[in-house]
Design a protein around this ligand. Structure first.
Ligand code: 4HQ
Length: 232
């Protein structure tokens, strides 16, 4: 998949995309990330490229101007492109949405800056997505979160060992607690069932643990889908 990320801080992405699984995914051509600087599409006044201006109607902060944003989008947009604007006013990102996006040929991610982008630039956007109900200093972090969570669904990005990790949130409930060596840590033993080798019992125990914690921490998730009939 090709991903173009449009922002004012292309350098922001270097660390997260250049380590571990996302680095490997790019190395094996499963993911082809391009960073586009919106400032390159601003009209130049002397040697200054202006991308923001004050809001009509008054109020604090600055607004990204529609022209550089639209030009930046058009510079990468093709017939099969899916354009996403990261903003707190969008639909909240879920595992299901990540999976859906992972099937696109080309994603264009527009990162907002300042108070947001001029509404008229959104005619180039297919959908607006939020990573959660809080306000970031800019949309770059949101784009990193989206790429990271979405890439796990691209076949081959996770190895066989890692792939199992996918199912927890797909099912809408939490993962079970995990244990590794030592058998006893600071007086706390690993649960006996995990050492029995009884895979059916272990699966049952994990499911029960996951459901119990979901009920405690995120009760609203229990009232989704088929989780309901499994709680006592
Ligand atoms: N911002 N999910 C404001 C976010 C955000 C979010 C990005 C801050 C856009 C203009 N983006 N700028 N939450 O808080 O995606």
């Amino acid at each position: 998949m090709r991903v173009d990320i449009l922002s004012l801080f292309p350098e922001y992405f270097r660390g997260p995309f250049d380590v571990s699984i996302l680095k490997r995914a790019q190395g094996s051509k499963l993911l082809d990330i391009h960073l586009v600087d919106i400032r390159n599409f601003a009209a130049r006044k002397g040697n200054y490229a202006k991308v923001d201006d004050r809001p009509y109607g008054g109020g604090p902060g600055m607004i990204l101007m529609p022209e550089p944003v639209c030009e930046a989008i058009r510079s990468v947009k093709k017939e099969k492109s899916h354009v996403v604007y990261l903003s707190p006013q969008g639909k909240t990102l879920t595992a299901a949405k990540c999976q859906e996006l992972s099937q696109k040929e080309h994603l264009v991610l527009l990162c907002g800056h300042y108070e947001g982008v001029d509404e008229r630039a959104l005619k180039e956007v297919d959908e607006e997505i939020s990573i959660g109900d809080y306000v970031l200093t800019n949309g770059c972090l949101a784009a990193i979160v989206l790429v990271d969570a979405m890439a796990r669904f691209i076949p081959g990005v996770l190895g066989h060992e890692e792939a199992a990790g996918q199912d927890s949130f797909q099912e809408g409930i939490f993962d079970a607690p995990h244990y590794t060596r030592p058998e006893v840590f600071e007086g706390i033993a690993v649960p006996e069932v995990l050492k029995t080798g009884n895979h059916a019992e272990i699966a049952k125990w994990r499911r029960k643990q996951g459901l119990a914690k979901t009920k405690r921490v995120r009760p609203e998730l229990i009232f989704l889908k088929e989780n309901l009939d499994e709680t006592e």
